[in-house]
Design a binder for this molecule. Structure first.
Ligand code: IMP
Ligand code: MG
Length: 345
């Protein structure tokens, strides 16, 4: 059966988070105009969206908010903080088209307090946003859910059912994962991990989308690897090297300096397997190759960039369909038509 390109797509990170999922999801929002965009995970993850000189750092609202016709969803498996959620809704002016599941978890100051005073959280370098404490309350069935808060009344929906309805009707659905595979509670560098499974399956389970509903799993890799907080980072560069190579970054939620290492094929291959990837997005190639900056066509990329991307693709054996060349959402080489054609089996 022939079908339209990527009706239900899940975007996940393949390293330690901060691969550029926010930019990729925002690009897919503007380009594909999905009917629904769902943001999973929680406020420990910050997604940066930079469009026409305006920058948003989002911890709750889906990055595809730029697409004005898109309905935005926070699913049952996600957790919100009321102040952060309401603030972002106002800043992105999406109050009339964003919806929260009745069962979405709510983080309170008490959860933040528990994490800031916890020795193990300090040791692993937690962002201390209260996410892990709230998840543990949820496991113990003590966490308050969105439906218990009057202030959320107008946003409440059965997100799982609504999103499945879009998918069943053939509408495009974009699921935005948060963090990266190696921060997964199950597949990451435990105990230096976050409080959830960050793989595509974990992300889909937070939404209530079954595995058969998904057409594309897009794994995002940055052209180098970064990690914030503690825990192993293979081939970690020393701070001088990080600066020299232009890999210096700061975490968007905590402002901490990110540790860095060169692109890692081994980690990437495993991430593709566990996520059952169908496509790869490679971001920030302009950091490795200055001449790639803001290029939007494959043919206009310098030949050394094209050679490097092809080499990576040959090793990974999954098509690289999106190549990020700058901060702006639209600074992207989009190869999906070339790779798959307009229709796809
Ligand atoms: P927590 O999830 O805030 O407790 O943090 C646990 C570990 O995951 C720490 O090393 C954090 O730096 C890391 N982490 C959590 N969320 C993100 C993210 O969105 N990007 C990068 N690292 C993250
Ligand atoms: Mg981030």
């Amino acid at each position: 059966m022939l079908r339209d390109i990527t009706p239900v797509t899940v975007v996940v990170g393949g390293f330690f988070g901060d691969e550029g999922k926010g930019k990729v999801a925002a690009y897919l929002g503007l380009k594909d105009m999905p009917s629904a965009a769902v943001r999973t995970g929680s406020i420990n993850a910050g997604h940066t969206v930079s469009f026409n000189g305006v920058v948003w750092k989002l911890r709750s609202v889906p990055s595809a908010f730029l697409c004005r016709s898109c309905r935005l969803y926070i699913p049952a498996g996600a957790l919100i903080n009321l102040d952060i959620f309401l603030d972002e809704v106002e800043k992105t002016k999406c109050g009339d088209r964003i919806f929260v599941d009745f069962n979405t978890g709510v983080i309170t100051d008490e959860h933040v307090f528990r994490e800031t005073t916890d020795e193990l959280m300090k040791l692993i370098g937690s962002t201390k946003q209260g996410v892990g404490a709230a998840v543990s309350d949820r496991v113990m069935r003590k966490l308050k859910l969105a439906k218990e808060y009057e202030v959320l009344k107008n946003y409440l929906r059965d997100v799982a059912l609504e999103v499945n309805e879009y998918a069943d009707r053939g509408g495009k659905v974009l699921v935005e994962g948060t963090q990266g595979l190696y921060l997964s509670l199950y597949f990451g560098t435990y105990p230096y991990v976050t409080s959830r499974d960050t793989s595509a399956s974990g992300v889909l389970s937070e939404v209530g989308l079954g595995p058969k509903k998904v057409d594309d799993v897009l794994v995002v890799f940055k052209s180098y690897v970064t990690r914030v907080g503690e825990g192993p980072l293979p081939n970690e560069l020393n701070p001088d090297e990080v600066v020299r190579l232009g890999f210096s970054e700061r975490a968007s939620v905590t402002g901490r300096v990110r540790r860095a290492a060169p692109f890692n094929m081994e980690l990437a291959r495993k991430a593709l397997i566990i996520n059952s990837a169908t496509q790869v997005a490679l971001t920030k190639v302009d950091v490795l190759f200055r001449d790639a900056r803001n290029v939007r066509e494959w043919g206009k990329l310098p030949v050394e960039v094209r050679n490097w991307v092809s080499e990576v693709e040959n090793v990974l054996k999954v098509p690289i369909t999106l190549i990020g060349t700058g901060e702006d959402v639209m600074a992207m080489v989009d190869l999906r038509q070339d790779v798959f054609g307009s229709l796809r089996r």
